[in-house]
Design a protein. Sequence first.
Length: 388
Amino acid sequence: MAMVKPIALTKNAFDATNNEVFSFTSSGGNQIVKNKITIRKNSDNTIVYTNILETFAFNQTVPANTLTNGEYYNYFFNTYDISNNESPASNIVPFYCYTQPTLTFTNISNNDTIESSNYQFIVEYDQIQDELLDNLKFILYDINGNILSESETLYSTDIPPFQMNHTFEGMGNNTSYQIQVIGSTVNGTQISSSKITFEVRFENPAVYTKIDLENKCNDGYVQFRSNLVFIDGVSNPDPPIYIGTESVDLGEIGYWLEWNQGYNIPSNFILELWLTPALLGEFCKMWNVSSLSEYAQLNLLRNRLNGEMTLKDTFEVYAIGENGYVTTYSNRVDILNNLSKIVVWVKKINDTWSLNLDVLERTDNVLMWNPDTQAESNVEFNKITNLY
């Protein structure tokens, strides 16, 4: 068998001050035991580097500072078998050497604090030899590195240095985030900024309209955009039993509502539940779908502490995660019944939980005759209980 012509692979622009791997492919023919790379200036095909390497690998590493940034080159490979038979030269692949471009945030530094729920991030692109940028994208992460939001892909034909910006909206109070920009040059060099960690802390969050309108006058239409997301839930019974137009009846054992997709719960959050209690015990649970043993459960409790003469109601959060568990209790209120209207408020910031139980409306705990004479008991006592 003869030596076959190898195929040199496309080469993106790279920084000549770093080592760089050049590769080829080859199929059929005699086994390759060494290869030779030849690099030339593209302007006059003057050879600037050549090297023969004994290896079964289909690549060679060109040492740092062998080439010069700002130059336009081409390269090709030849291969050899054990008898030193040489293959035809591969295809010729042109490439650029450029100093590594930079993406630098100009209006935020690491560990800065932003005093608004929205912020316009500004990044500057620069490249010493004026290599043009092709595209970039802003990415917002939570403190654990999970992607929360991305900008659309932005393009520019400006000569560097120049700046580009994007505004992220609706960031939470007392919450830490990370911001980064990634992109690509016109010659295929992948670039990214460093990740900047910052905290949002403000008094009054910015409020945005539910629907944004943009007049696309040149195309003859108006674009509607909404930041509202509807998340479908599941229930038992299905469909759920409604009380009025805004409430769902979960007053029987086995009744439940569940939302298990379409959203993420961040590590720091605020939860408000507006409800009428029906039973003591668990009334809300949040869990990690990838590890069901990690969850936070809310329980309504009735007890009497030392020194108290009467029963009181409270709720607890029992949370268990990879680092252990925590149990925290809210304030205590006079006992509730199934006609009381309450707000349960849970706030988690890092490892600190804040709980509050507000009673919006209450009625007396009274005995009522049950008009249904077929019931097991003709008396209903409307204090909530987990006993039947």
